[in-house]
Design a protein around this ligand. Sequence first.
Ligand SMILES: *Cc1c(COP(=O)(O)O)cnc(C)c1O
Length: 505
Amino acid sequence: MSWRISICLKTPLTKLTLIFNGVSMTTNIEDIKKYEELSRLIEPEAERRQELLEEVNQYTEGFLETIHAKNAYIKEGPDGLDIRDAVIEEQGVDMEVILKLYKDNVEQQGINTVSGKFFGYIAPCSMFYSALGDYIAAITDPFSVDYAASPGAVHMEKMLLDWMADLVGYPAGVQGNLASGGSLATLICIVTARESHGLKARDFDKAVVYVTELTHHCLKKGLHVAGMGESVIRHVPVDDAYRMKADALAECIENDRQQGLRPWLVVGSAGTTDLGNVDPLDAIADVAAEQNIWFHVDGAYGGFFLLSDLVKDKFKGVERSDSVVMNPHKTLYTPFGLGAAIIKNGELLYKAHYYTASYLQDNYLEQDELSPADLGPELTRHFRALRLWLPLKLIGVAPFRAALSEKILLTRYAYEKMATQDGFEMGPYPELSTFAFRYLPAEGDIDEFNKRIIDELRKDGRIFLSSTVLDGKYMIRVNVLSYRTHLETIDLAIEVLNENIQKLV
Ligand SMILES: *Cc1c(COP(=O)(O)O)cnc(C)c1O
């Protein structure tokens, strides 16, 4: 191998030539300058930044100022198709054009989750304060997965995870991960549980997982993604309020052991998606301890209700679990993209996820803290902690406690108001902020009638309710969670519901 550099000795320097294995490579300084001019467009100057911020701010303020008047479901025009047609080109377009495309095609299409009149699925609602956190995170972009690269960012994440672990009642020694959501956080817990039980591929078709019919589907999906799709999933019987029967769990486990199977994981829901009901966590913990199986709690929806004195007793026993998932992007009002996995014995999380590579060998610090990269599947990722940390620091925890307690009471109020009205068959009394009901028409098919109620509500658009199936019956669900939902919103929602039912009877 040989190389030789020849430099054109004119001043200023215009050209560099390098002969590499007999081939001449030339770099013209002019070419560099030409590219530089265009590439500098990536960085706007201060004045331009102000202009752009003002334009964006005008748009977002317009959105926020009219949010209370907007429908919870919006269907206008051809399903956002203009975005597909507005292809990416060499030259950019004005911000005005971009914001209009966004408004017409994204903002004004589909479910409006940030409306206080949105009661579908789990009804989250992102906070303005989180947007500020995201803005700062995007501008400063710390490499938050690596302690040596960004120690403060990692401390922020760990502090938040410790705060959540404390809320759950875990002792010191936990580790966790701020993942993109509940499904990914659940996957992290499944992999940790799998590794800590020493399960290998040859064991998977004998490994048994215990859930109920109401356990979130991300558990089964997570098992599948973790390579354990062949494992046995046992649906443990539930009581009248759809909560797992702990004695039935013990029986199932005994039976499975007798058949030579390997019970290894039980999932308790701290707030199911369908009904918001909380499994008897303390009793499940007894069985899990006795049977030496991993106890995972799915608090993706309900976990942060631990902040409310009105319901925190329902979670007794959560502190005895091995792992828990909680979604700040549901019950703490961050934008979508934040779900926490917390593992009581943090070392197990590390053992299940640690990997390294030669290009990660540089260490700038006396390392005394595990990095998020060693505690989950991701490497480079969004600095998610700031969207939660900034709001919690800025306004404190008290408003969140109040918002969640308010939602509990509003849910009870809505349930009671509907229960006293003729025609409604109510599901179980709400434990958190969710309940289900159906309308019993004087004649005709009940399921069909309730589907038509949902169809009418979509056409109306003012409120949004979703549906589910319980014991084979089509049921309409109400989830009250938005910090924009207050007493008058509930009264309006029941009025709109009744109006739409009247159209059908
Ligand atoms: C939403 C939810 C999940 C899944 O969380 P994502 O953030 O949507 O992935 C898991 N469990 C329960 C109970 C949920 O409500």
